[in-house]
Unconditional design. Sequence first.
Length: 248
Amino acid sequence: MREFVIDKLTPFVDHITVDRAGNVLAEKTYRGGHGPTILLNAHLDTVYELEEDRKILKNGTIWFSSKGILGADDRAGVAIILHLAEHLYHSSLSGKVKIIFSVEEECGLVGARQVDDYFLWGTDAAIVVDRRGNGDIVTSCGGIFPFCHQDYGAFFEKVAVEERLSGWTATMGGSSDTRIWAEHGIQSVNLSAGYKNEHTEEELLDVKACYHTTKLLEGVFKRGNELKDVIRKISRNHQEIRNYRRAL
Ligand SMILES: [Zn+2]
């Protein structure tokens, strides 16, 4: 998987490397890099090994495996980000994109935890694509551990409406690498990748949902400057609260 993504991604980024943990890290600056710096992330590992002689069966837009898991968790997320890297290469975006394809997510976010701090420096916001189903914008882990300010989640809802993509809603979800980026103080969301029944033999992928996630992300990057304003406002408020508390 790692060799595959390096092969696909290399033509569309400025730098690409594998860190000590085995994560793939890549970076690309677009047109002077004046817009936001966005981190895109999906994980390379699957919860179990794939059955070697399995086939991917397709029923309309629904894909499943002839045996064992399908592995769309999180290869659907990987595919969406690879597509986006190619799309952005040909777009008029100004800004910077960092991509992390992490390892060992399924056994406790092991790869993401080992990403060097300095790779994340200057990151304004993160977008993870590793949520089941369609239309979820996950903004917290179980409503207990927030991944972002509500305005960051609301920005994705607004873009979905403007792009005429129905059903996208901010919601709470489970644990994922999103948690690690949030712990670094980065505004983060985890978007639906289109798979269902993950971690079971009934795992399936709706490629139509993948397509819609891709369209949402294209819409987000189309509004790079607006996104930067949202992030700027959130951090200004944080700073004001901090100053106010200090004055008390
Ligand atoms: Zn996953």
